[in-house]
Design a protein around this ligand. Sequence first.
Ligand code: CAA
Length: 260
Amino acid sequence: MSYETILTEKRGAVTLITLNRPQALNALSSVVLDELIEAFAAFEADDSQRCAVLTGSGEKAFAAGADIKEMSDKQAADFYLEDFFSKWTSHLVKAVRKPWIAAVNGFALGGGCELAMMADFIIASDQAKFGQPEIKLGVAPGMGGSQRLTRAVGKSKAMEMCLTGRMMGAEEAERSNLVARVVPHDELMTEAMKTATTIASMPPMAAMVNKEMVNSAFETGLDQGVALERRLFQILTASEDKAEGMAAFIEKREGKWQGR
Ligand code: CAA
């Protein structure tokens, strides 16, 4: 499948998706959104693919935000009637049950930061910069930034970033729990692909269940979350991969996964 604004490639069981508008710092136009939705749907539907990595092309940016040039001519009624930005969460977060990683290679600003935060976790280059500078445009985050950033880094830092538009460097982002890990810029894709390959080698249904469990921590209270975890754990114990995983451990060999 070929796209206009993104590149996709299967590397073994890992799908690599690259935002590919480097001349616009990979700004997220509506074409990018439509193509990302298609690419993630294809990844989700392909049984041979078990983890995805999303990154940006070019040296400077993961994505510098929603496309300001596209938005500048739109009126409030257009944004409201199109329910602008609503598809990002429904198609890239809710509809993708397999794990995916954002490999942030540079600026992740506005919608770019919000897109990275939709990933299951972020691995950042030491040159990455995160921010929600929408206030400087007279607006505010629109793709979940005020909620996901606050849950990740806490109120004080999220509030400061949203109110000032200040960018956060990679080291601060790791210290603040926004990213899982920072790696030297040149090693970003090697490290992200290595991590994705490790995830892809795990029992696939167990990977999906682990993802669902951790995500539920953001949606439920502790009692409900722990109850959901217990039920999902119990369901997994009925899987073929549980029988294989435990037998493989006891027999001191690698497991061979059925994905069920
Ligand atoms: N939309 C459209 N085009 C963008 C863009 C964006 N978000 N960000 C950068 N570009 C374009 C620039 O217009 C420029 O294009 P031209 O060469 O045609 O002029 C090109 O990318 C290179 O950008 P700069 O020349 O500005 O590069 P720089 O290195 O000097 O600065 C930057 C880099 C600090 C990231 C700067 O580009 C910038 O501030 N970008 C906008 C960041 C921003 O405000 N993002 C939030 C967008 S709103 C949003 O995302 C809403 C939401 O919550 C969903």
